[in-house]
Design a protein around this ligand. Structure first.
Ligand code: FES
Length: 112
């Protein structure tokens, strides 16, 4: 199954992502805590992931992401974990990786 590695979390976390699944859904299914202040409705940016690899396996930006990009609140190479969905035809060997930006870090977890 495709994987998403969260590189700056300690210990580093590996999440398996099913085709069609959002990154947040996969992260939660793996039992990891992840900031998502608006309840995954695309109304905040607290679930943001700095994507370092594998962007080509994600569906295009959603309307919510386009809105935040237009406002300058979603930098290039960043995706909202609650919006970014793995493409249905993603090969099982696909590897994505990224980091949690400072504003998305939870106080009870360790990051580098
Ligand atoms: S949880 Fe608010 S935009 Fe993703």
């Amino acid at each position: 199954m495709p994987t998403l590695d969260i590189l700056n979390q300690r210990p580093p976390a590996r999440v398996y992502v099913a085709p069609g699944q959002t990154l947040l859904a996969a992260i939660q299914a793996a039992g990891l805590d992840w900031m998502h202040a608006c309840g995954a409705r695309g109304r905040c940016t607290t679930c943001r992931l700095n994507l370092l690899g594998g962007a080509e396996h994600l569906a295009p930006y959603t309307a919510a992401e386009v809105r935040f990009r237009t406002m300058g609140r979603l930098p290039d190479a960043s995706r909202l974990a609650c919006q970014a969905q793995l493409l249905p035809n993603t090969p099982s060997t696909a590897e994505l990786c990224g980091t949690v930006p400072p504003e998305g870090r939870l106080p009870h977890l360790a990051y580098t």
